[in-house]
Design a protein around this ligand. Structure first.
Ligand SMILES: Cc1cc2nc3c(=O)[nH]c(=O)nc-3n(C[C@H](O)[C@H](O)[C@H](O)COP(=O)(O)OP(=O)(O)OC[C@H]3O[C@@H](n4cnc5c(N)ncnc54)[C@H](O)[C@@H]3O)c2cc1C
Length: 441
């Protein structure tokens, strides 16, 4: 490698940072990746956030580009649809894509992150440093001050470009926020989430290859499968309601009246233990723009666009950031200024759209799926998708099973809604006229 090879510092060795390192290492840049936590492949305890995630088309596409899709899918479980549990324990399967049989995949967060870190470390031009936290940054000079958390020493790192993949509470973004005209907004929702678990010994009671949902209007519970036959269950509920369930008796009554079948699946004792073992976590949606500063710094992944998890797109969207960035590097080579400008302008509207769609999907998952109108719409969507596969792509399919820009997915939904409403109005009008004529003659 010659000395004029540009250097890139990546802050954050989570899912997006470690994938980004693979993409840019393939292009020959000198990469230094700093992750504040210890190496999760060696850590004794699992880290806090969701244990498994739904991987879909956009994420798979990015993994394919760095040659990791097959390895990840071998360790993932396909989910072909939602399995809805009603209050009596009866279930109903709603397939995601009856037309082309595509599915999403449940994958362990730690396993996926481990695969990505291992792949990044295999490049001779990548150095990964754990327990190394960004504590200060001078974006204009391209300088990061890093603290080694094991030794408490701090040191300075100079590079041509700094990429912040340091999550929703990004330090890199915090520095961008000080720059005039930087736009930023965050929205916490009233609901928090708590993770529970169905052990492998009872996992077989769950219908496989589905994402299970217990929709209950104001709140809901979901479960994703793990490779060891266990299921990770996530309860999404308002903090107020969580606070009300402050003793075992109240909690047990609540489960008996709302999720009776889940008690048997999780196990009564386990449920008590797990429910009170941790506090519910917050969910935040973050929008900002631009994502860059000159040719010096860029934020990607949750650092740029954290979203509520109800579309299963946070990671997929972050992985798509890496695909877009790679395409821009392909076209504009070392011209960081143009690459970063184009990234911000191409990505902003799409990222904002998926943040909004993720909010919408919470209502669909916890409430709309129980309404007859949801099924009427699903049937109509399926018929029209089959008749016009390249024109009428239902919203869920376009978001999860295509690379269609999120803004286009959203706009498609708007004109599809108009056509369906107009079609139904015409249908009922014709029906009424026929009925009227029949009564008259
Ligand atoms: C309950 C839940 C369920 C979810 N389910 C899905 C799903 O099914 N599908 C999906 O696509 N997405 C899902 N998501 C979203 C997904 O988890 C995120 O979008 C994804 O983790 C973002 O990855 P990231 O690398 O950008 O950020 P993170 O995963 O937050 O990683 C950031 C990394 O940066 C490190 N870091 C932070 N600050 C510093 C610093 N100062 N110095 C050095 N390192 C630092 C952190 O330790 C961390 O490792 C879910 C999220 C939640 C909360």
């Amino acid at each position: 490698m010659t000395d004029n090879v540009k250097s890139i510092t990546i802050i954050g060795g989570g899912l997006v940072g470690s994938l980004c390192a693979c993409f840019l290492a393939k292009r020959g840049y000198r990469i230094k990746l700093y992750e504040s936590r210890e190496d999760l492949r060696k850590a004794k305890h699992q880290r806090g956030r969701s244990i498994n995630l739904a991987l879909s088309h956009r994420g798979r596409r990015a993994l394919r580009s760095v040659g990791l899709e097959d390895e990840v899918l071998q360790n993932a479980i396909p989910m072909k649809g939602r399995l809805l549990h009603d209050i009596s324990g009866a279930t109903k399967s709603v397939i995601y894509d009856e037309h082309t049989n595509q599915c999403i995949y449940s994958v362990s967060r730690n396993l996926l992150n481990g695969i990505l870190l291992t792949a990044a470390e295999k490049f001779p031009n990548v150095e990964v440093f754990f327990q190394s936290k960004l504590i200060n940054i001078s974006v204009r000079e391209g300088t990061c001050i890093i603290s080694n958390m094991a030794t408490n020493e701090t040191f300075e790192v100079q590079s041509d470009l700094i990429i912040g993949a340091d999550g929703a509470f990004s330090k890199v973004r915090r520095f961008l926020q000080q720059i005039p005209l930087f736009q930023f907004s965050q929205t916490y929702i009233d609901h928090g989430y708590l993770e529970l678990s169905i052990p492998p010994c009872r996992g077989y009671l769950m219908t496989s290859n589905h994402l299970h949902i217990w929709p209950r209007g104001e709140f809901m519970m979901i479960a994703l499968p793990n490779k060891d036959d266990s299921w990770t269950v996530t309860l999404f509920m308002s903090f107020r309601r969580f606070e009300e369930l402050d003793d075992k008796e109240k909690m047990r009554k609540f489960f008996e009246s709302t999720f009776p079948d889940a008690i048997e699946l999780i196990g009564e004792e386990e449920l008590e233990k797990q429910f009170f073992a941790a506090k519910p976590s917050h969910l935040v949606s973050i929008k900002c723009s631009p994502y860059h500063f000159q040719d010096r710094a860029l934020v990607i992944g949750d650092a740029a666009h954290a979203m509520v998890p109800f579309y299963g797109q946070g990671m997929n969207c972050g992985f798509e950031d890496c695909t877009l960035l790679d395409e821009l590097f392909e076209t504009h080579a070392d011209n960081f200024k143009v690459i970063l400008e184009k990234f911000s302008s191409l990505r902003k509207d799409d990222a904002h759209a998926i943040c909004d769609l993720a909010m919408y999907n919470f209502i669909e998952m916890r409430d709309l799926v129980t309404k007859p109108s949801f099924y009427v719409r699903k049937v109509l969507d399926n018929i029209l998708f089959k008749m016009f596969p390249s024109t009428w792509i239902p919203l869920y399919n376009s978001v999860s099973f295509s690379s269609i820009r999120y803004t286009v997915c959203m706009n498609n939904r708007k004109w599809q809604n108009k056509i369906i409403i107009t079609g139904l109005l015409i249908f009922f009008l014709v029906l009424s006229i026929l009925f009227f004529l029949w009564r008259k003659f």
